[in-house]
Design a protein around this ligand. Structure first.
Ligand code: ZN
Ligand code: FE
Length: 254
């Protein structure tokens, strides 16, 4: 069993520390800053094995160099972003498998938010670290990709087992949920989930992890086939990718 620690940093970022107690190996996913990670490592007496970056944005790689310098860890990141990932040691592409102790981690390429974005799937552990591709009830903005690319990327994640736990890189859930309700006001799963989310956020609790199953029921970017959603955004009888693009466009100005 892996242990996952969730470290809230900056305004709304999460850094995840993944610890394998059997091998003693540890990965830090998207370290926006080094100090919060170093503090936990010191406290626990752990030594960092890997940094895993999903993409090149500063709020995901900001701690790379300091962590590398102070812990000697290996920085793993998308190969296509090698020119813009500080300290990259090992570039990965779609389908690559890396090992954290005996745990295999499959790399899935998910362009859309950025051209090089990847997510890390701990296959046997049912865990997905998805950076800024998939959020709880949302998805990343299209900075370097088309709606079509993002849609294809999200189809790959949709196909993962329903029980897969989703660890995204930002706490955007409450705003995402408010938007989701505007496009699917009668979705009962969504209404019920928002009650839970609002209670969690009132106590400043993280809303991660989610699951693929929960996202299928409530995330508008997974629900382009919902008739209610299609009707609300006036995209009935359109291609699913076009419905998705319209929902993404509406969210941009929400
Ligand atoms: Zn980003
Ligand atoms: Fe980000």
């Amino acid at each position: 069993m892996l242990t996952i620690l969730t470290l809230p940093v900056l305004n709304d970022n999460y850094i995840y520390l993944i610890h394998d107690p059997v091998s003693g190996k540890i990965a830090a996913v998207d370290p926006a800053a080094a100090q919060p990670v170093l503090d936990v490592l010191n406290q626990k007496g752990w030594r960092l094995t890997y940094v895993l970056n999903t993409h090149h944005h500063g709020d995901h790689v900001g701690g790379n160099l300091e962590l590398k310098q102070k812990t000697g860890c290996t920085v793993i990141a998308p190969l296509s972003d090698r020119h813009r990932i500080p300290g990259i040691d090992h570039g990965v592409v779609d389908g690559d498998v890396i090992m954290l102790g005996q745990h295999s981690v499959r790399v899935i390429s998910t362009p859309g938010h950025t051209s090089g974005h990847v997510v890390y799937h701990f296959v046997g552990d049912n865990l997905l670290f998805c950076g800024d591709t998939l959020f709880v009830m949302g998805c990343g903005r299209l900075f370097e990709g088309t709606a079509e690319q993002m849609w294809h990327s999200l189809q790959k994640l949709k196909a993962l087992p329903g029980s897969t736990q989703i660890y995204c890189a930002h706490e955007y859930t409450q705003t995402n949920g408010r938007f989701a309700l505007t496009v699917e006001p009668d979705n009962r799963h969504l209404q019920q989930r928002m009650d839970v989310i609002n209670q969690q956020r009132a106590k400043h609790l993280p809303t991660v992890p989610s699951t693929i199953e929960q996202e299928l029921a409530t995330n508008p970017f997974f629900r382009e086939d919902s008739l209610e959603l299609q009707k609300t955004v006036k995209m009935e009888n359109k291609k699913l990718v076009e419905v998705f693009a319209e929902v993404r466009r509406l969210k941009d100005s929400f």
